[in-house]
Design a protein around this ligand. Structure first.
Ligand SMILES: [Zn+2]
Length: 183
């Protein structure tokens, strides 16, 4: 099963997908009813992939939290056994090596990958607003019903911080401040 990143912009700015994600990414027209309902009214949506899926664009921040929690539990357990810190460190390094497949613990980034966030921010400024959601699909992308969670609207400039803690099924919605002055 794969993760797919759905991005939406106001219908009028549909061409901006190609402008921002036209090089180095694949853009697929996709309308999932749950996503259209969760996104602002009048948005058109696309799935952005690396040509196959969006798995490489996203690392679940919660996965890391769980991993850190697990290590802290080991740390406490060994501390209670009155092990020396050096011995605890060696034990934890051993556990990490055993459990770690890939780079979850030492990952330099979490949430959406930097180049994706950069383009999302550009898209936000170009289209005036943008919405995005990531979901790990177990059914037909267009048909599967999703339970999505709306989050407070942020500014295009805040996307970097927000994307780093983005959870699966959480709707990221950003607007350009320039538009606010017209409100
Ligand atoms: Zn995948």
């Amino acid at each position: 099963m794969c993760s797919f990143l759905t991005i939406g912009v106001p219908e009028h700015f549909a061409n901006s997908f190609a402008e921002i994600f036209g090089r180095g990414y694949a853009i697929h027209w996709m309308e999932n009813a749950s996503i259209l309902t969760a996104f602002p009214h009048g948005y058109t949506t696309r799935i952005i992939t690396d040509g196959h899926c969006s798995c490489s664009f996203y690392r679940d921040p919660k996965a890391r939290t769980d991993e850190v929690d697990r290590l802290l539990r080991f740390q406490n357990k060994y501390a209670k056994l009155r092990w020396s810190q050096a011995k605890i460190d060696r034990a934890i390094a051993h556990i990490e090596a055993a459990h770690q497949r890939g780079d979850r613990i030492n990952s330099a980034w979490l949430g959406l990958r930097a180049d994706i966030v950069e383009r999302l921010s550009e898209l936000c400024r170009l289209a005036g607003s943008v919405a995005a959601v990531i979901h790990m699909y177990h059914g037909e992308i267009e048909k599967v019903p999703l339970t999505l969670k709306r989050t407070p609207i942020c500014d295009c400039g805040e996307l970097v911080a927000r994307a780093a803690v983005l959870a699966e099924d959480e709707v990221l919605h950003a607007v350009s401040r320039k538009l606010d002055s017209h409100c």
